[in-house]
Design a protein around this ligand. Structure first.
Ligand code: BG6
Length: 518
C-alpha cells in the first residue's frame, strides 16, 4: 500500500515519511484509482494509451481495483469499449498478452456516451465513477485524460468543474492530463493555462511531453550528473556546437486535421526539442526533486535566445514527391486533407544561443522534419578541433571533430567519436566510434514513454511533466520565428527521402559547420 499512501499524500500536500525511505530501485505501484479518457476513439488512445495501460497492468504496476472509463460520442455499450481496447492491446501492447491480466483489467472498463458539452453525459460520468468507487474500490481518486484537440479543453474543464468531478473528496485526488499542443503561440498558451488552472490547481495538471518519458532522455541526467568524466568538457571551452535532430521518415498522410496549419516547429520544436535542449544545457539541480529539476530547466530556458538574423539562422521546408525506402511517395500538397496551397512546414531548423557562462558562444542547432532520409533522434555535442595536430595533413585527412552523440532512438545508446590510428606502418588517423547500446548492455526492454508517464501521473510524481512556466518560455523563444515565417511566402520545397531544404545546410555552412549525417 505504499503506492496508495504516496498518491493520496501528495494530493493533500502531506509527505509520507515512509515514501522517502523506500528502496528506490523497486517500482512503485499506483494506489486505487480510475482513469477517464476523453477522445477514446482517437489514434493516440488506440496506439499508445490503452496499450500502455495494459502493459502497466501486466507488469503489476496498477492496483487490482483499477478502472478505465471511455468517454466519446459513439453509442457504445461497455462491451463495445472492451472490444476496442482489446484490439488496441492485441495490436500495440509491448508486453505479451496474458488472459488472466486482461480479464481482471477489463472487468473495470466502462463507457459513457456523450459530447463534450453535454451536462447529462457528465452527470452520468459522475455516477459511473461513484459506482466504481463503491463496487470496484477505486477510492475516489480520478484522472481525466484529455486526448482531445485543445479547443475542447475549456468546455471539458468547465463541465468537470460543474459536475463536481474536478473537486476531490477530502484526502482523495482529481488530476487532469493534457496533451500538446498547449496553445499555438505564447498568448494562446497563457489563455489555455489560465482556463485549465481555473478548474484544476497547477499541482493537479499533468502536461504530457512524451519525450520526457523516454529512457534515453532520462539518461541524459544520469550521463551528465552520475559521472565525473563528462562535466569538465561539457561547456564552451570544449564544445564547438550542439546539434539536436529529430528526423522522421513518415509522411503526413491521414494527419491533415491536426497538422495542417501547425507545422514542424509547433509540433515538435516548441516541446520535445526544447526539452532536450534544456536537459542538455541546464546546470546540475540541487536534488532530483521536481521543484529543483524544474527550477534548473526554467533557468536555462530563460537564458535561451534565438540567434539572429532569422532569415539566416532558421530554415523551413515542405516535402515534395520522392523516393523513400524503395517506394515512390507523394508530396505534402498531394496528401489527403491538405489544402492545395498549404504553407505548413514539414521541416524546421533553428539556431539558438544559451546565454550562460557555460555556453556563451556555442550555437545549438535544432532540426526536425518529416519524410527525411531515415528515422533518428539524437543529441550531438560536437567538440572543438585539437588546438594543434602534430601530424602531416595527409595523415589526418579523414579526421572530423570529436563528438559525443546521445542516440535517443531508434538504436538507443551513446556514441563517442574520436580519431584512431589506422593499423599499418603509416601513421594515419581516422574517426572511429565507441558505442554503448541499450540492447547489448541491458537485458530488460525499456518501457514505452507512455507507461512511465501514466504511472507517474497516477503516483502524483510530477518530475517528468513540464509546468506552465516551461511551456510559456518555449513559446516565448519560438514566437519570433513563427511571426517571421508568417510574413514570408511558402516554405522551401525538399524532395522526400533527402535531408531537408537547401537553406538548412546553408544555415550551418555560413559558420563553416555542417549537419551530421546520422
Ligand atoms: C509527436 C508528434 O509528438 O511525436 C508527431 O506530434 C511525431 O508528429 C511524434 O511523429 C514522434 O514521436 P516518436 O516517439 O515516434 O519520436
Amino acid at each position: 500500500m505504499v503506492g496508495a499512501g504516496a498518491a493520496q499524500s501528495s494530493a493533500a500536500g502531506w509527505r509520507n515519511p515512509l515514501r522517502d525511505k523506500r528502496d528506490k530501485r523497486l517500482p512503485q505501484i499506483a494506489g486505487p484509482c480510475g482513469v477517464v479518457i476523453f477522445g477514446v476513439t482517437g489514434d493516440l488512445a488506440r496506439r499508445k494509451l490503452m496499450p500502455a495501460i495494459y502493459d502497466l497492468a501486466n507488469r503489476g504496476l496498477l492496483p487490482p481495483t483499477f478502472a478505465l472509463v471511455g468517454f466519446a460520442r459513439r453509442d457504445w455499450a461497455d462491451q463495445d469499449f472492451v472490444d476496442v481496447v482489446y484490439q488496441a492491446v492485441k495490436q500495440h501492447a509491448r508486453t505479451p498478452f496474458r488472459q488472466v491480466v486482461w480479464d481482471r483489467l477489463a472487468a473495470g472498463f466502462r463507457f459513457v456516451t456523450g459530447t463534450f458539452d453535454d451536462d447529462a453525459a457528465f452527470a452520468q460520468l459522475a455516477e459511473t465513477l461513484e459506482k466504481l468507487d463503491a463496487e470496484r474500490g477505486t477510492g475516489g481518486n480520478h484522472a481525466f485524460y484529455l486526448s482531445i484537440p485543445p479547443d475542447a479543453f475549456p468546455v471539458v474543464c468547465e463541465k468537470l468543474h460543474a459536475s463536481g468531478l474536478a473537486r476531490p473528496r477530502e484526502g482523495r485526488w482529481s488530476r487532469v492530463v493534457i496533451e500538446k499542443p498547449f496553445g499555438h503561440d505564447l498568448s494562446s498558451a497563457v489563455e489555455l493555462n489560465s482556463v485549465v488552472n481555473s478548474v484544476f490547481p497547477e499541482e493537479s495538471v499533468f502536461r504530457i511531453d512524451h519525450y520526457l518519458g523516454k529512457e534515453t532522455v532520462q539518461n541524459i541526467l544520469a550521463l551528465r550528473f552520475a559521472n565525473q568524466l563528462f562535466d569538465p568538457i561539457w561547456n564552451a571551452h570544449y564544445v564547438d556546437h550542439v546539434q539536436i535532430t529529430m528526423a522522421e521518415d513518415i509522411g503526413l498522410g491521414g494527419r491533415a486535421g491536426y497538422y495542417d496549419g501547425i507545422g514542424a516547429a509547433r509540433d515538435v520544436i516548441q516541446n520535445h526539442l526544447l526539452q532536450l535542449l534544456a536537459l542538455t544545457a541546464m546546470e546540475e539541480p540541487v536534488s532530483f526533486s521536481p521543484a529543483e529539476l524544474q527550477a534548473e530547466k526554467i533557468k536555462v530556458l530563460s537564458a535561451t535566445k534565438l540567434a539572429l538574423p532569422l532569415d539566416e539562422t532558421t530554415s523551413r521546408g515542405q516535402y515534395t514527391a520522392g523516393w523513400q525506402g524503395g517506394e515512390h511517395v507523394v508530396g505534402l500538397l498531394e496528401e489527403e486533407g491538405f489544402a492545395a496551397d498549404s504553407r505548413t512546414e514539414t521541416y524546421a531548423a533553428i539556431t539558438l544561443e544559451v546565454d550562460t557562462r557555460r555556453w556563451a558562444g556555442v550555437p545549438f542547432y535544432l532540426r526536425s522534419g518529416k519524410r527525411l532520409g531515415r528515422r533518428v533522434t539524437e543529441i550531438a555535442l560536437v567538440f572543438k578541433q585539437a588546438p594543434h595536430l602534430p601530424f602531416d595533413a595527409t595523415m589526418t585527412d579523414e579526421l572530423g571533430k570529436n563528438a559525443l552523440v546521445i542516440r535517443v532512438q531508434p538504436d538507443e545508446g551513446i556514441t563517442l567519436r574520436f580519431g584512431s590510428k589506422v593499423p599499418g606502418h603509416l601513421m594515419e588517423v581516422r574517426d572511429v566510434n565507441m558505442d554503448f547500446s541499450y540492447g547489448s548492455a541491458f537485458s530488460e526492454d525499456s518501457p514505452e514513454a507512455y507507461e512511465r508517464l501514466i504511472l507517474d501521473m497516477l503516483l502524483g510524481e510530477p518530475s517528468l511533466f513540464p509546468v506552465n512556466a516551461e511551456v510559456e518560455l518555449c513559446w516565448q523563444i519560438l514566437d519570433p520565428v513563427l511571426e517571421n515565417w508568417e510574413q514570408h511566402g511558402r516554405p522551401e520545397p525538399y524532395e522526400a527521402g533527402t535531408w531537408g531544404p537547401r537553406s538548412s545546410f546553408e544555415m550551418l555552412e555560413r559558420s563553416g559547420r555542417e549537419w551530421r549525417r546520422p
